[in-house]
Design a protein around this ligand. Structure first.
Ligand SMILES: C[S@@+](CC[C@H](N)C(=O)[O-])C[C@H]1O[C@@H](n2cnc3c(N)ncnc32)[C@H](O)[C@@H]1O
Length: 257
């Protein structure tokens, strides 16, 4: 049995009450619409929302698919998802309790950074029907020039995070899991850093540490993120929106070598 990471579970249990107000991106209708457009669902589709949290990704698929299943390990988050998912299943993404080929579309936003990500993405592709589509939507560094500083900011915001990404990492995860036609788009979200860091599960020292990284940021970081440092600190954070398709004759990469 796949064990649930107690640090992750405790973090999101502590964050659940504030989660829906903890960033601009979390409930941004434009980002939601972009994710729906990327996955291009049909009205008869069954959607699986991995790490559904409070359901704010599923929300945008309501009325556009036939059925939405949400999966998460944190009950306090999923307790708020009832209006958006048809079925909730409490399970770790690394061991999904679904048969192969059960879903037409799979989405995971801001989830795999807390998981054994290669295992989780393999599971996403396994439960997808051949020809089905999977999307990963995750905050990424812009590139080599900002990765050290941005990863430090992300680490300070959430000590439970285990993975940090560039856009190409999302593409690699999908390809390694057997997905094809992999493509990554970018989405920039303008975030007030004080709002974004006020998660309800963070120390004052860590929030101040985040502000310090922004105040001392390198010119390359400031330029890439178009950082504004004044009374408020504003960052233009980058999401990688990675899409993959399950091939009609699916063979996991491990079976090909
Ligand atoms: C940042 S929230 C994202 C919620 C939602 N996807 C969204 O974009 O608003 C991360 C979620 O991942 C869930 N999670 C973390 N590790 C998980 C795992 N191994 N399996 C399933 N869910 C997990 C957490 O409980 C939490 O609800």
């Amino acid at each position: 049995m796949t064990p649930v990471d107690p640090l992750v579970h405790a973090h999101f249990t502590a964050r659940a009450a504030k989660y829906n107000r903890s960033s601009h991106w979390v409930d941004d209708p434009e980002l939601g619409a972009f994710v729906v457009e990327t996955l291009a669902p049909s009205p008869t589709d069954h959607l699986l929302d991995i790490a559904c949290g409070t359901g704010l990704v599923s929300k945008h698929f309501r009325g556009k698919v036939a059925h939405i299943t949400g999966v998460d390990i944190t009950r306090a988050m999923a307790d708020q998802a009832g209006a958006f998912v048809d079925t909730f299943v409490e399970a770790p993404a690394e061991a999904l309790p679904f048969a192969d080929g059960s879903f037409d579309r799979v989405v995971c936003r801001q989830g795999t950074q807390f998981m054994r990500d290669a295992e989780a993405v393999r599971e996403m592709v396994r439960v997808l029907r051949p020809g089905g589509r999977v999307a990963l939507v995750h905050l990424c560094a812009y590139g080599e020039a900002d990765r050290a500083e941005y990863f430090e900011i992300l680490r300070l915001r959430n000590e439970a995070r285990r993975n940090f990404y560039l856009r190409e990492d999302l593409a690699r995860l999908l390809r390694d899991a057997g997905a094809v036609e992999v493509a990554v788009q970018g989405w920039v979200s303008v975030e007030d850093v004080d709002v974004w860091s006020d998660t309800g599960a963070i120390t004052d020292a860590a929030r101040e540490g985040i502000r310090q990284v922004y105040r001392n940021a390198s010119p390359a970081f400031r330029e890439l993120h178009a950082v504004e440092v004044g009374e408020r600190i504003v960052d233009r954070m980058l999401f990688g929106v990675a899409l993959g398709v399950k091939p009609l004759a699916h063979l996991p990469r491990a079976a090909l070598v």
